[in-house]
Ligand binder design. Structure first.
Ligand SMILES: [Zn+2]
Ligand SMILES: [Zn+2]
Length: 765
């Protein structure tokens, strides 16, 4: 007989909240292994395994090859110890201590087995709204503290009934044995209905009631996993119009939830990779070309719509009772404010918006918005990384200092770092709202506490007026390090490529606004960048943009300022505006156009190289968007127009001064004079601008005789398929690969990752 040996195994990755301990228990019993398994306070799992050598070998093999579907091992530490003579294998109480940090489990959509039970009349989970098991259900959104055990979640107030306890204690019950979040109609959270005036309504079946009211054209707030949604019909113009007027949301698109994939195909044209994403446990909103079956008012003027599939049993049951099979499901918030997570917030904030509220009893600990993914020239990219993904860490190729990053100004997220990991928070939102600043602070403090981080630095954007600066005083003792906006974008993408901190990469960073190191407003930059520093090797030709915020709101001002700066004559500009009927779109009409022209001509107003503002100008010229009602609206409308167009092959000119300059003047002149269809003009402008960026990148590599193999494209505008196609048109034949960030959003939701790495590299070296 072989001598027993003992191994201490520590598993790092997504290992808590995924049914791992019961799996390890069953495996150990099957292989004749004694010892224990337990959750630890760093979100890791520890196993003590004792047995003969061949049994241990087979146990380790089974661990890797048979693990539960949602589990992921990033690191496995194995240490040989003296056998302790255990007589059985046990799941031990969790140990709040930790010696390794692991991934905090994100929220998972309901699995197919749990979805099956809610339709099974013989199952005790029949029509149960909050069914979940070891492999599915909310995790992060209900987690007070690590480790992931029931008493550390908001399920603590729902003691298991005798039947659930039996399942929980039964090693033969694959999906419920030691599953922390389980409940049933007897012991779990109940669902209630309220009128928006706060009156609790006596209804037999909340799903039936909600469906009936929605079909009648009413608007409801529905509590979900990470917050409240606002739900209503998406097929009825008058209902969508009513929601827009109540929510004071003129044109920003609403997301839609569809019953199943066949309904998705009825309302949209999902690209090849969409189905896998839609049906994944992360279950994000996926943006795809829309069909006419949904109201035009859901995403007015856009060719796309954001669609998701249900991810809770309640949502599945609700969608089944909607004859169309799809609904608007948009965040339950007031413009700019965070999504509501508590009933009293709904009563106070959504009172003018919804008619009824569907409520359940489980508290939401962490607000988590739905994630949003779109396709950029066929590849999925994040518009918003939140539910299902956050707070999963991003591993990088070397260790970094422990620190904090506060992200950008709008549509942003923060981050913390330790070891070789960066943890981005869930989507936070716009930092100019005090509630979002508080939300950011709370989430960062929670991560710092749970991961026991001692921040050495706090990284912030260089912009002197960003609201995140108000949070600096909340994190005393850490060194404040300012990071240039586009450098942060570039480095976030570099980290994904796995490049070492000193190696340089060429990054095309294109977006709306970022504070430049010369005090200008950048947004169309070519940077040769390492973690530590960058050189600005190219940009669009700078132009003067008087009027600040008002210029971003009224794209016609961008057009006037761009034309004035590029040398178009006064009469030419004014004639164009009157001929195209664009003067009325400025609040002060001709007078405002005159002032804008004169100031820009004199070199007054911010100096900008922003591609966002250049696209605003083209969008005004073509009349597709003359007032911006949400971030990115003019370029999105331009992209939608271009979707139906043909590329006519024009490209802006390049010239080289102290850096490469892209001049869109000739392209603008052509766009003014051509008789081509608007669709073709839009397509040519976007793809042509992409080509000019590609040519500038080639030029930059040539004059530095650099061979990078990759060119990074990032920033909010990099999700524009036509621009990316133009860049690839130039670079691909040269054997240069065009790379977009995939693990984090290329927009300002991903900037905190770059901020961490830049700041950390200035401390470490
Ligand atoms: Zn399940
Ligand atoms: Zn129960």
């Amino acid at each position: 007989m072989q001598m027993p040996k003992a191994l201490r195994i520590r598993l790092i990755g997504i290992v808590q909240g995924v049914g791992l301990r019961p799996f390890v228990y069953r495996l150990a019993v099957a292989k004749g292994i004694y010892g224990y398994v337990r959750n630890m306070g760093g979100s890791e799992v520890e196993i003590f395994a004792e047995g003969d050598e061949s049994a241990l070998k087979s146990f380790l093999e089974g661990l890797a090859s048979e693990k539960p579907p949602s589990a992921r091992f990033e690191q496995i530490f194995i240490q040989e110890l003296e056998p302790r003579g255990y007589g059985d294998f046990k799941i031990l109480r969790s140990d709040p201590n930790f010696d390794e940090r692991s991934i905090i489990p994100p929220d998972f959509a309901i699995c197919s087995a749990c979805a099956g039970e809610i339709f099974d009349r013989k199952s005790r989970f029949f029509e149960y709204h909050w069914n979940s098991c070891a492999f599915c259900g909310p995790r992060f959104s209900m987690l007070y503290r690590l480790p992931y055990d029931r008493e550390n979640t908001s399920m603590v107030q729902f003691p298991l009934c005798s039947e659930c306890f039996r399942d929980y204690s039964d090693p033969g019950n694959f999906r419920r044995f030691h599953a922390q979040g389980i409940s049933c109609p007897r012991c779990g959270p109940k669902t209630f209905v309220y009128s928006i005036t706060g009156e609790k309504l006596e209804v037999d079946d909340p799903v039936e009631f909600a469906a009936k009211k929605i079909v009648e054209g009413r608007i409801l707030a529905i509590k979900g996993i990470g917050g409240y949604h606002i739900a209503c019909l998406a097929s009825d113009d008058s209902v969508v119009m009513e929601l827009r007027s109540r929510k004071k949301r003129e044109r920003k698109p609403f997301a839609v939830m569809a019953r199943d994939y066949s309904i998705v195909e009825k309302i949209a044209c999902p690209p090849p990779k969409a189905r896998e994403l839609l049906e994944s446990p992360e279950r994000p909103i996926v943006v795809m070309p829309k069909k006419a079956t949904i109201s035009e008012l859901v995403a007015p003027g856009l060719s796309t719509v954001g669609v998701m599939l249900p991810y809770s049993a309640f949502q599945i049951l609700l969608l089944l009772r909607i004859p169309d099979g799809f609904l608007i499901m948009t965040s339950g918030n007031v413009h700019g404010k965070p999504m509501c997570t508590e009933l009293d917030e709904v009563f106070s904030q959504l009172s003018g918006i919804v008619d009824y509220v569907v409520e359940h009893e489980r508290p939401i600990v962490h607000r988590v918005d739905d994630s949003v993914i779109r396709f950029s020239d066929g590849e999925p990219v994040f518009l918003r990384r939140s539910r299902g993904f956050a707070p999963e860490w991003i591993r990088i190729c070397r260790s970094v200092a422990e620190g904090i990053a506060l992200g950008g100004e709008l549509q942003t997220a923060g981050a913390v770092s330790f070891e070789d990991k960066v943890v981005l928070t869930q989507f936070i939102g716009d930092m100019d709202e005090i509630e979002n600043l508080e939300f950011m602070k709370r989430e960062l403090e929670w991560l710092i506490g749970e991961y026991r981080i001692r921040p050495e630095f706090i990284a912030i954007d260089m912009h002197p007026l960003y609201h995140s600066r108000k949070l600096l005083k909340e994190f005393d003792g850490a060194e404040v390090i300012e990071v240039q906006h586009h450098h942060a974008h570039a480095v976030a993408a570099i980290a994904e490529l796995g490049l070492s901190p000193d190696s340089k990469a060429l990054a095309i960073t294109i977006d709306g606004t970022g504070y430049g190191d010369d005090g200008g407003i950048w947004g169309g930059e070519l940077l040769v960048s390492s973690w530590r520093d960058y050189e600005r090797v190219g940009s669009f030709r700078p132009f003067n943009l008087p009027g600040g915020d008002s210029a971003a709101r009224f794209p016609v001002k961008c057009l006037v300022a761009l034309m004035a700066s590029l040398g178009f004559g006064h009469s030419e500009v004014m004639e164009l505006l009157s001929k195209r009927n664009l003067l009325n779109s400025l609040p002060y009409g001709l007078q405002e156009a005159e002032i804008t022209y004169t100031l820009a001509r004199k070199g007054k107003g911010a100096i900008t190289t922003s591609l966002g503002r250049i696209l605003d100008a083209f969008s005004a010229l073509l009349g597709v968007c003359i007032e911006r009602t949400y971030e990115g609206e003019p370029p999105m409308k331009l992209e939608a127009l271009a979707d139906g167009g043909k590329d006519l092959g024009l490209t802006p000119e390049l010239c080289t001064k102290d850096r490469i300059i892209i001049d869109v003047g000739k392209l603008l002149e052509w766009a003014m004079e051509t008789e081509a269809r608007k669709e073709d003009i839009a397509k040519t402008v976007l793809q042509g601008i992409g080509r000019s960026l590609g040519l500038a990148a080639l030029e930059a590599m040539k004059c530095r005789s650099l061979d990078y193999g990759n060119v990074i494209v990032t920033g909010g505008a990099s999700v524009n398929s036509h621009i990316v196609r133009g860049i690839k048109e130039i670079l691909s034949p040269e054997g240069v690969k065009v790379v977009l960030p995939r693990k984090t959003p290329p927009g300002d939701g991903g900037i905190a990752l770059g901020q961490i790495l830049v700041a950390s590299s200035t401390l470490i070296e």
